[in-house]
Design a protein around this ligand. Structure first.
Ligand SMILES: O=C(O)CCC(=O)C(=O)O
Ligand SMILES: [Fe+2]
Length: 185
């Protein structure tokens, strides 16, 4: 695979004791399966989610009410701020229960995230393939994220690229992803 574009920075196995954090969050977060509406069609989100932050967050017709970050994630958020030199005030957690859970190609480009947001993504549990596609060229990258990896997406990562975690028929265990974001209400 060619090297990822510079606006994506990858830190393998960055989280301490990732299995413990994974177990704690699978049990402890308030997971929901929301309905999303895209192009007039309403379907259940193909994964579980939990939004934590000071403001409500609306995407694909889903409204997420504000909810505080648990202390373990507030500490992780501070460490990621120090590593990435960016501030965050919210976190979206996704739980991919098995290979039939997924997230389609998208950019995290909601107006409330501002121009050129820095988004920090932590992946726990089983590895799943993460795809990046450059909008202008169609060039694609694919790599595995899980087991405590950190991916910082900054600069043009949202304006110039899309990303996804596709479904897989490979037998895979659950994977939990956290994306820390700075949200301007
Ligand atoms: O699970 C992942 O690695 C990506 C999640 C994601 O792109 C998102 O929540 O916006
Ligand atoms: Fe995303």
């Amino acid at each position: 695979m060619t090297r990822l574009p510079e606006c994506f920075r990858y830190f393998p196995a960055w989280v301490d004791a990732p299995d413990q954090l994974f177990a704690e969050l699978v049990d402890g977060l308030d997971w929901e399966q929301k309905d999303i509406t895209i192009a007039g069609r309403t379907t259940p989100t193909p994964r579980l989610t939990c939004w934590m932050g000071d403001a409500a967050y609306t995407y694909s017709g889903v409204r997420n009410e504000p909810r505080p970050l648990p202390p373990v994630l507030a500490r992780l958020q501070d460490r990621i701020s120090a590593e990435s030199g960016a501030a965050y005030n919210s976190c979206l957690a996704n739980l991919y229960r098995d290979g039939s859970d997924s997230i389609g190609y998208h950019s995290d480009n909601e107006r409330e995230l501002g121009d050129r947001p820095t988004i920090a993504s932590v992946s726990l549990g089983s590895r799943r393939t993460f795809h990046v596609k450059q909008a202008a060229s169609g060039q694609r990258w694919a790599f595995e994220l899980g087991e405590g990896d950190l991916l910082i997406m900054a600069g043009d990562s949202q304006s110039g690229y899309r990303h996804s975690v596709p479904k897989t028929v490979r037998p895979v265990g659950p994977r939990l992803n956290l994306t820390f974001r700075q949200f301007f209400a």
